[in-house]
Design a protein around this ligand. Structure first.
Ligand SMILES: [Zn+2]
Length: 275
């Protein structure tokens, strides 16, 4: 009997979310022979359209945007050598307060149990050792990210399969470093639209359990982001150039929230205790 390979599953809200926070781990673990599964929950229809048409502009066609972004997602997965891409294809909910938020087919309005059923089926099929998703605020308050968190945690609980579960995060020290570099090169860092009642972004460095060095895969991570160049916030990151981008984004950080291995923290490998 051959031993089955380790499996990583990353659950994300939109096409392009896989690139910035987990592009490095997806590329690195694939290169190490780990099976990588990316689950993208929505079609990204509320993103920027072809020709930089904004979602609030007349002529913004969510179906056309979704088609374009599906192709971009495929190209990104190719860059990261993702083994399996699964799309749940819920309608993008847009930001809090947008009309798209009220649409009955929006991911935000999908009952958690219903979407968790579908994700649980994928978890049973792929049997991931490690699952990665967002924290309860979806990192920065986007409804689809919050929903991806809820659906993932429900599916994990239901199946009891993954040995380790992580939430993506950013160390506060990285925000400071980012700000300094931005000033040096004269670029304005676009602050994400964060709801007022939300806690500050990211975590103090000493609350981060897991620091994974993915700098050797900076080229692939940058290529994955470049595959999503239709989205304005990605263009910002692309302006940094690959070298500076890797310098700033070459270590991916996580909080371990479920663990059956007893591996000591801080750790530098999502699979610590499993190999
Ligand atoms: Zn997103």
């Amino acid at each position: 009997m051959t031993q089955r390979s380790l499996t990583l599953m990353a659950v994300h809200a939109h096409p392009d979310d896989e690139a910035t926070s987990t592009g490095g781990v997806l590329a690195r673990y694939a290169a190490e022979g780990v099976t990588t599964v990316l689950v993208t929950c929505t079609n990204g229809g509320c993103g920027d359209g072809p020709g930089a048409v904004k979602p609030e502009d007349p002529g913004h066609d969510p179906q056309a945007v979704a088609r374009m972004r599906r192709e971009e997602l495929a190209a990104s997965c190719e860059a990261l050598k993702v083994t399996h891409l699964e799309t749940l294809d819920y309608a993008d909910s847009g930001m809090m307060g947008w009309a798209t938020n009220e649409a009955p087919d929006a991911f935000w309005n999908t009952p958690v149990t219903e979407a968790a059923d579908r994700l649980a089926e994928l978890i049973r099929r792929y049997r991931p050792d490690v699952v990665v998703t967002y924290d309860e605020n979806g990192f920065y308050g986007h409804p689809d990210h919050i929903q991806a968190h809820r659906v993932t945690m429900a599916a994990v609980e239901r199946t009891g399969i993954p040995a380790k579960v992580y939430w993506t995060t950013v160390p506060r020290s990285a925000f400071q470093r980012f700000g300094t570099v931005m000033r040096e090169i004269g670029l304005e860092f676009p602050e994400p639209e964060v709801p007022e009642e939300m806690p500050a972004l990211g975590l103090p460095d000493d609350e981060i359990t897991t620091w994974v060095d993915t700098s050797a895969y900076g080229g692939q991570k940058f290529a994955s982001l470049a595959a999503h160049a239709s989205q304005a916030e990605n263009i910002f990151f692309l302006r940094l150039g690959q070298e500076r981008f890797t310098e700033l984004m070459g270590v991916e950080t996580f909080v371990r929230v479920h663990d059956t291995t007893g591996a000591p923290t801080p750790e530098d490998d999502l699979f610590a205790g499993l190999r």
